[in-house]
Design a binder for this molecule. Sequence first.
Ligand SMILES: Nc1ncnc2c1ncn2[C@@H]1O[C@H](COP(=O)(O)OP(=O)(O)OP(=O)(O)O)[C@@H](O)[C@H]1O
Ligand SMILES: [Mg+2]
Length: 260
Amino acid sequence: MRTIAIMNNKGGVGKTVTAINLADILVRDHGKKVVLVDCDGQRNASRFLLPHTNLEDVITVRDLLLGEGEPLWDDNVQEVSEDFLLLPSTPALYRLDVAAIMGNAEERQAVHIKALRDFRMAIEEDGSIDFLLFDCPPGFTTSSCAALLAASEVIIPMVMDGFNFDGITDMEEQIASMREANADIRITGVLINQWHNADVVHQGEKLVRSLGLSVFGTVIRRTDKVPESTFDRSPIVSYSPGSAASQDYRSWVNELLGEV
Ligand SMILES: Nc1ncnc2c1ncn2[C@@H]1O[C@H](COP(=O)(O)OP(=O)(O)OP(=O)(O)O)[C@@H](O)[C@H]1O
Ligand SMILES: [Mg+2]
């Protein structure tokens, strides 16, 4: 099983769109079985994938982080489709971050920071899942740290602007600092998102490819079909199969699977 955190300290770079479409294409085109964990209190992935579920009524990542999940891993997840399972999130997840800073000792101790690692181990032991993905929130929050303790790989979506470049160096340092607790973790690659034909993008791409980081050869082009697909709550390959982003995400998943 590959265990991948989709993470960037920077917000709004395409982490959730990438997590959803990666999961969808792995299941749809490659026959893989996928578990996606929504680690973000914004719960964009959960609302997108389970629009009719009341997230207050189901087990979420917050329950696992509080040690309140079900003992069998698959009793904690919701079915998006037969081969696509989701551990959702709710805004209540933010309360863990507040408690970590403002809470008393009991509240701080209530967080099981290794809960997602234990969740991974249980899934791995079961042997039926091919990919475990974490859609991380922006910033090193309780749940993103828990995801980085559980994952072996990190994919960093980024867009080409100066503020993203400041963040990318910080990301490298922070992931290196996680190695004390998770020796396995490595950056599989930076994924250039919202690519378009402009000087600033060409220059940014040249710069990011010169930093010595692993950067995917495939880039994801900018297209309005992506924000449209978020209103429609359909993965890009169903919403607009002929769009640039649909083609790019399919090519990129092939690259990730080592098929190009
Ligand atoms: N290839 C693309 N072309 C055009 N718009 C895109 C593309 N990818 C993402 N977007 C848009 O960029 C915005 C941010 O995307 P997304 O929510 O996936 O980012 P994020 O990194 O998960 O954000 P957050 O840090 O808030 O979790 C959304 O409005 C999305 O529709
Ligand atoms: Mg997101």
